[in-house]
Write a protein that binds this ligand. Structure first.
Ligand code: DAH
Length: 339
């Protein structure tokens, strides 16, 4: 019996030592210490051993059991530690490796300009409105004093959906809608996309404008120019110069064209401003009383001014963009340069 116990201890110790994983180790435990394990059976058979030997054999058997259990536990710990180390090695992160970097989006240059202009207008008390891009011929032309067959229509050849529905050629349609929406006095500004049958390096069939309309009592050209000067200062800084030229628009009388210091050369003269030091900013004027009357506003009591800058040209000039199409292609190589 003593020999048998010694054999069990020797075999189990060897097997435990050689065990390579937790599953095998558990099998060894079952083989010796499980319900019908070799050692368990001996311990159970103790009662059949003659009394004089029982004490000695019993204590040997118990010590064998303790040794096996200790070896099993040590091995279990060793295998678990080894597994943990192997896992950590596999999942190792090199914290010194340079990061891939987060790709941050930015606002489109047109959006940035738009936001800035809207901010200035809101500070000056304007209400921002948006009106449809698909318009009636009436709102786009007739209500702005451009009847059918008027030569002014030639400059704004549109994209027609039906004979009387078109893609708006300018945001001046917002004037017509605003005069019906609001009771004077009011100040509105309408940013938006407009469409024309035009296509070359400085003209795109889609471009962006801003429409502003102020209606109140005793509004004059002086008020208009004073406000524009303030807007230009906020947009381009204290030193901006403004130049006014006479113009013609069917919906304003008188009509003017306003130029501002060229933002490329700061007024010194460059190829973009053709040496003048000024670049065209927008057209506008005193609202033609005929427009007010058509919209049901008493032109004897109220007067107003309106203007409509195209913003794409300004964005092109200030960012040195050679072709207007870059603004609409969504080419990431271009947009990244515009940050
Ligand atoms: N709508 C005109 C255009 O697209 C620009 C314009 C001129 C707007 C005079 C106005 C204005 O409000 O009063 O060419």
């Amino acid at each position: 019996m003593k020999q048998k116990l010694a054999q069990i201890l020797e075999n189990s110790t060897k097997e435990i030592e050689l065990a390579q994983d937790l599953k095998i180790l558990d099998e060894i435990r079952i083989k010796y210490c499980g319900k019908s394990g070799e050692l368990t059976q001996i311990l159970r058979g103790m009662k059949d051993i003659p009394a004089e030997e029982r004490k000695e054999i019993g204590s040997i058997a118990n010590s064998v059991r303790e040794k096996i259990e200790k070896s099993l536990e040590d091995k279990l710990n060793a295998l678990e530690t080894a597994k943990l180390n192997a896992d950590m090695e596999k999942e190792k992160i090199d914290i010194t490796e340079p990061a891939i970097g987060v790709k941050r989006g930015t606002l489109h240059p047109l959006t940035r300009f738009n936001n800035k202009f809207i901010e200035i207008c809101v500070e000056m008390g304007f209400t921002v409105i948006q009106t449809p891009e698909i318009e009636t011929d009436y709102n786009n032309f007739e209500a702005l004093n451009v009847p059918k067959n008027h030569p002014a229509r030639d400059m704004q050849d549109s994209l027609y959906i039906t004979d009387s529905i078109l893609m708006r050629t300018h945001t001046s349609t917002a004037q017509v809608r605003a005069m019906k929406m609001f009771k004077p006095p009011f100040k509105i500004v309408c940013p938006g996309r407009v469409y024309r049958n035009d296509d070359d390096s400085s003209h795109s069939p889609i471009f962006n404008q801003f429409e502003a309309l102020v209606i109140d009592e005793n509004v004059s050209l002086k008020d208009f120019m004073a406000m524009i000067k303030q807007m230009l200062i906020k947009l381009y800084g204290e030193n901006v110069k403004m130049r006014v030229r006479p113009a013609y628009f069917p919906f304003t009388e008188p009509s003017i064209e306003i130029d501002a210091t060229c933002q490329i050369c700061q007024g010194k003269g460059c190829s973009l401003c053709k040496g003048t030091g000024f670049s065209e900013f927008f057209g506008g004027g005193i609202v033609n009383p005929k427009i007010l009357e058509m919209a049901g506003i008493d032109s004897k009591k109220y007067s107003g001014f309106a203007f409509g800058p195209g913003i794409d040209r300004s964005v092109m000039v200030t960012n040195k963009i050679p072709n207007i199409k870059y603004l609409f292609r969504n080419d990431l190589r271009f947009l990244k340069q515009m940050r």
